[in-house]
Design a protein around this ligand. Structure first.
Ligand code: ANZ
Ligand code: ZN
Length: 799
């Protein structure tokens, strides 16, 4: 037997697989299985171990499903537009198209070394005009259907990246990427109307086979809140303030109104003598982040506006304040403050000496001290509602307000429309022309793609609200398609999350030239298993769900949800913190591939821990997997025995059963443990039956595909091992022999029990203690000692 030459064997099979193809098979659609890992992002560096951890084990799963008789489609591609790629290009002084191409080719080489069954004939690259042409088409579809619109909006502005960020990209008031402080700025921006789908996005979550935590995160992100909007008339002014409350039952406890500093009505209230003070205060709050403003432990601040409202039910005068704890973008940007029932209002009232009224209490009695009782209870000091359960009062108040025309039940969502325009270069240009006469005019499909010009100087600073594209006269100036007058192209590009919101629809026929995707390949959808990091729980996964629903309503799709089943692999950490380029703690897989080969590296990653937990990277254990592989090689080269031995058969069938169950649940680490036990059992064998040998090679094939394919060939298996059925186990061989155990109490035989051979002590004790005669002899006695002789006897010493 030769020693195993992984370099030769692995590259041999990688080339054969690539050539013979793992190409999509559009024939057996009944058993189709679309297995997708999240898009890879060629932002600069090569693949690190974290990427491998996504692609390697998932390929093992895909290979397993193939051997289970599924028609598996596993594509790959590159989410190649975006800020990190642009910044990388600027830093290295190359054009992003060139650096992206370099990065993609490096990544492809690495991906190739995984030896995965990717269908490269359907590769996608979002920065390719043949792809972004259809991203632009998607934009126009949404635009035509009223789901894309432009508006002036306060946006998160990152001075470091010189761009607008989505709310989701702001973490603790800082830019997720460069950690600069994020400030608010008014800019004209493009939005997708995801809020139209808020309810459906929420409701359909229940039907999805997704991790509960992720569903919960989406629920919180959508943030549905059932409440009431109420109109407060401003005294001596022809204006009304609309507030949103979830507790209309507390309306008799309103002692003041608070407006967000950004509230538009403030402008009209600013004519008093405290104008300067108000303006200064408003400026001050703009520097604070939303997190700072809403957090419970930060001191709330505010100023009195000098104006009053009239309470709609009591006609009392109540002061209007401006306060930083009210957020402009939620609800109506105004609240009715009930310091007796709301903690934030309570603190604010204490600080500024505003009255506190109790309108709900637990017992229905008023307490002697000022306090805040935030729960439901019995209404007090609430006119005709006093004495009722406060929860029941909600509907009654809503009715009264509605009859008077000053309020009604409404629903609010935390979810905002998706801001998709970016003042950056490396993205899909927005296919809109702005004409002074005709307004926004969409570019016709026949004129797509609207190409990104490549002669743009990127290292230059373009000023705060100027996209690099706006500086190019050649690009910006054009002719209006409607009136042929002079017009300007939109200068912004689309958020990369737009590119990745629909790519899974195009994969099954990635080269389709006639439309955004091939309607005849839609049988592949929805995706059967989608695997990727949990950091995408809200943005990408919510956007993709929205786009699927929007395209359905445009008549292009006939299903509601893109990803039937979602799985998050765990994260690989290094010394406790997440491996990522920005932290500079990435470990390159290349060295290990070079030293040990792809099979060992892949199996080692899978062996690190449960797949959904990940683990901390260290390479200490990799030699253990290396020894395991050598045992497999020795086993695969054993000479054949004439007949098979019964114990061998039993061991292999038990292994089939547990490994098959584990692989079906992506429990790779326990599957490998079983396989190791099995290999240890066979380690002293000098010969083995051909049947058992081939069975073992098939069981291990999804986990170590190269060595399995090689051993399959050496042992004259037909065709590729991956065209074989995954072995079935025979229940006959799973049965274990029984032995009879004698049960003694204080040394006298009191019973017998049959148990499976080699049962553990707990099983033995449990069955012994269930024997009636034994029970009667131990009645009212205390067990002092339990003596166990495995497979023979149990003796209870009692007193
Ligand atoms: C009176 C009240 C009394 C309130 C009470 C709560 C308890 P969720 O559940 O998150 O929707 N609120 C409304 N708009 C706000 C804004 N723009 N910024 C800050 N706070 C705002 O919260 C709704 C409640 O949060 C609303 O109900 C309002 O305070 C406050 F015992 O109104 B409540
Ligand atoms: Zn025009």
């Amino acid at each position: 037997m030769n020693t195993y030459n992984f370099k030769e064997v692995e590259s041999k099979w990688q080339n054969i697989w690539l050539e013979k193809g793992c190409k999509i098979d559009n024939n057996s659609m009944d058993s189709k299985y679309y297995c997708l890992t999240m898009f890879s992002y060629p932002s600069g560096d090569k693949l690190h171990i974290g990427h491998w951890y996504n692609y390697g084990p998932v390929d093992s799963y895909a290979r397993f499903m193939k051997m289970m008789g599924k028609n598996v489609f596993q594509p790959q591609g590159f989410d190649a537009f975006g800020l990190p790629a642009e910044n990388f290009a600027i830093k290295h002084g190359v054009h992003p198209s060139i650096s992206t191409e370099n990065n993609v080719s490096k990544m492809k080489k690495q991906l190739h070394s995984i030896g995965a069954m990717f269908d490269w004939s359907n590769e996608l690259n979002t920065s390719n005009p043949e792809y972004y042409k259809w991203t632009q088409r998607l934009f126009l579809l949404l635009y035509e259907n009223g789901l894309a619109y432009q508006k002036e909006a306060p946006v998160n502005w990152c001075a470091g990246c010189k761009t607008v960020l989505a709310n989701e990209q702001v973490k603790d008031g800082e830019c997720e990427r460069c950690a600069s402080k994020v400030s608010k700025k008014e800019l004209k921006q493009w939005f997708f109307k995801i809020t139209d789908y808020a309810d459906e996005l929420l409701e359909k979550l229940d039907d999805l086979n997704w991790p509960n935590k992720t569903k919960q995160m989406q629920k919180n992100w959508i943030g549905k809140s059932v409440g009431t909007s109420i109109n407060f008339q401003i005294e001596n002014f022809d204006y009304r303030i609309d507030i949103f409350t979830t507790r209309p039952d507390t309306i008799y406890g309103v002692t003041y109104i608070v407006l967000a500093p950004e509230h538009p009505i403030i402008d009209k209230l600013l004519n008093g003598e405290n104008r300067q003070e108000l303006l200064a205060y408003i400026d001050e709050t703009k520097k604070k982040t939303e997190i700072e403003r809403t957090s419970v432990d930060i001191n709330k601040s505010g100023v009195f506006s000098g104006h009053y409202c009239i309470h709609p039910l009591t006609n009392n005068k109540i002061p209007i304040w401006i306060g930083d704890y009210v957020i402009a973008s939620y609800g109506t940007g105004a609240v009715m403050a009930v310091p007796g029932s709301d903690q934030r209002d309570f603190e604010f009232a204490k600080k500024y000496n505003l009255p506190i009224l109790q309108v709900v209490s637990k017992s229905g009695e008023e307490s002697k001290h000022d306090l805040c009782y935030p729960d439901f209870g019995i209404s007090i000091n609430s006119d005709k509602y006093s004495g009722m359960k406060s929860q029941d009062v909600i509907d009654l108040i809503n009715k009264e307000l509605e009859i008077q025309g000053i309020g009604k039940a409404t629903i609010q969502y935390k979810l905002h429309d998706w801001l998709i325009s970016r003042q950056r270069y490396w993205g899909a240009p927005i296919p809109i022309i702005h004409c002074e006469t005709c307004g926004s005019v969409p570019i016709e499909i026949n004129n797509l793609p609207l190409l990104l010009p490549d002669n743009i100087e990127l290292s230059k600073t373009y000023g705060e609200d100027l996209s690099p594209l706006a500086a190019s006269d050649e690009y910006i100036n054009t002719i209006c398609p409607k009136c042929s007058g002079n017009a300007k192209r939109d200068a912004d590009t689309m958020d990369t999350f737009v590119c990745s919101s629909w790519y899974y629809l195009r994969y099954p026929n990635a080269n389709y030239a006639d439309d955004i995707f091939d309607p005849n390949s839609l049988d592949w959808l929805p995706v059967d298993s989608y695997i990727g990091g949990s950091e995408h729980a809200t943005m990408h996964l919510l956007y993709a769900r929205f786009i699927t629903k929007a395209l359905r309503d445009c008549g292009l799709l006939n299903f509601d949800e893109p990803f039937k089943r979602l799985y998050h692999q765990g994260t690989i950490t290094k010394d406790g913190s997440k491996m990522s380029k920005s932290r500079g703690n990435t470990v390159s897989p290349d060295k290990f591939i070079d030293l040990y080969g792809s099979d060992i590296f892949r199996a080692y990653l899978m062996f690190m821990g449960p797949y959904d937990e990940g683990g901390d990277w260290n390479d200490k254990g990799i030699t253990g997997i290396s020894r395991f592989l050598n045992k497999i090689w020795r086993f695969g080269n054993l000479k054949y025995s004439d007949s098979s031995n019964e114990d061998d058969t039993k061991v292999i069938h038990r292994t089939i059963k547990s490994v098959k169950e584990d692989l079906g649940k992506m429990k790779f680490n326990t599957a490998i443990s079983r396989l190791m036990e099995c290999m240890n059992y066979f380690n002293s064998h000098k010969e083995i039956s051909k049947e058992i040998k081939l069975l073992f090679i098939k069981i291990i094939a999804p986990i170590m595909p190269h060595i399995a394919e090689e051993l399959w060939e050496i042992n004259k298996g037909v065709d590729s091992i991956f065209n074989q059925k995954y072995p079935e186990y025979n229940v006959e061989y799973l049965k274990t022999k029984n032995v009879t155990i004698a049960i003694q109490v204080n040394g006298k035989l009191r019973g017998k029990v049959d148990v499976p051979i080699d049962s553990d002590n707990n099983t033995l004790l449990d069955s012994a203690k269930n024997n009636e005669n034994v029970i009667s002899h131990m009645k009212n006695k205390k067990i002092i000692k339990e003596i166990i002789v495995p497979n023979k006897l149990i003796n209870f010493v009692v007193k």
